[in-house]
Design a protein around this ligand. Structure first.
Ligand code: SAH
Length: 346
């Protein structure tokens, strides 16, 4: 019988130190291996050149390093790059590199498929197959950082959790990944450059606040009227707007960090004055800004973005109420890399 070897990156630093101690080696060896695994993102024991050959063999006999493999890379005419990455069990997720004049942003996935059921999103049609492990999220960032250096001669500057999946439905692994991304023992990126985007799971938003996370929070709102929101984001029935609002008030009271609302304006769905008034009212609860994002059509969907006139009306009323609003253009549409289009057509 073959014994399935454990993924070494599931071990904490202390567990690695203990492992070496039990082997009769110095616990310090654990620190060295840990550094290879995270700060140097090694994908094989062979790479660990300051570790003796015998020790590397011993590690090889006991563990595997599960890691992602960039399967295909697509480049958009606007410079956006989309990676389809293969996980150790053959499943595929997507991540995106979005360059602008001043920054390069990685948009990473947190689940294979998605737990939620937003009717306008391509990923939702895949259903959730499994959560990503912390190392699988970490590896996406490392891969995008490499591509940023290769194609744009600069390191990655920002990360958004806006790829496939609902990050707050994979809470522990996402937090562990961000820990490795921000820790000096990992990639050492500032948490201020990370934004987690959620459809709004109130209990988990409160948990983020209690856990004193240092990154930014974005909420995909799309409507501030319960019936409308439930019709396009059915889970809103379970997590209605009053609960969401309460959790956001809690978040702000603890973190003092503004919230970003993502909002798409669709024709015939949320394009009336009543919708605008509800949003303005919702925005008064907690300091925030609104990003109006372009709708990216997905196959056979009946949704249509509202005309500019309706969007301008939103902007006018938000600004009149001194709410910061940005109009966000989509990137990477020609390669299905834009928000809501990630569904691994390959
Ligand atoms: N589950 C998380 C993160 C993934 S979705 C969340 O809901 O925030 C990332 C963003 O893309 C969300 O704001 C989502 O509402 C938006 N989105 C989904 N489908 C889209 C589409 N077809 N066009 C434009 N944006 C879309």
């Amino acid at each position: 019988m073959t014994v399935k070897k454990k993924d070494i990156r599931a071990l904490t630093k202390d567990q690695l130190r203990d492992f070496f101690e039990i082997q009769g080696d110095k616990p310090f060896r654990g620190n060295q291996v840990y550094e290879w695994l995270w700060r140097k993102s090694a994908h094989s024991f062979e790479d660990m050149t300051n570790i003796s050959k015998a020790t590397r063999q011993m590690l090889e006999d006991n563990f595997v390093i599960n890691h992602i493999e960039v399967d295909t890379i697509q480049r958009s005419t606007d410079g956006t790059v989309k990676n389809a990455v293969r996980l150790f069990d053959g499943l595929i997720v997507e991540s995106v590199l979005i360059p602008t004049k001043t920054r390069t942003t990685a948009c990473v996935s947190s689940q294979v498929g998605c737990s939620l059921d937003c009717t306008f999103c391509a990923t939702a049609r895949l259903k959730r197959m499994r959560n990503l492990n912390p190392d699988e999220i970490f590896d996406q960032v490392v891969a995008i950082d490499k591509e940023s250096r290769l194609y744009y001669n600069r390191p990655l500057s920002n990360i958004v959790f806006m790829g496939m999946g609902e990050p707050l439905m994979n809470y522990n692994n996402v937090i562990k990944a961000i820990d490795k991304i921000t820790s000096p023992e990992g990639l050492g990126m500032s948490p201020k450059r990370i934004t987690l985007s959620t459809s709004g799971v109130p209990k988990m938003i409160k948990k983020l606040a209690d856990d004193e996370v240092k990154f930014h929070l974005a909420v995909s709102l799309h409507s501030a009227i319960d019936e409308v929101r439930t019709s396009i984001m059915p889970f809103n029935k379970t997590f209605p707007l009053t609960d969401l609002k309460e959790s956001l008030e809690y978040w702000y009271s603890k973190t003092k960090r503004k919230i970003t609302y993502e909002y798409i304006v669709w024709q015939g769905i949320n394009d009336t004055q009543k919708d605008i008034d509800a949003l303005v009212k919702f925005c008064k609860a907690v300091p925030c800004k609104v990003n109006i994002i372009e709708y990216n059509p997905i196959d056979d969907s009946e949704f249509q973005q509202a005309p500019n006139e309706a969007i301008n009306k939103y902007i006018y009323h938000l600004e009149k109420n001194r709410i910061v609003v940005n109009l966000r253009r989509s990137r990477g549409k020609d390669i299905d890399a834009a928000c809501g289009q990630l569904a691994n057509k390959s």
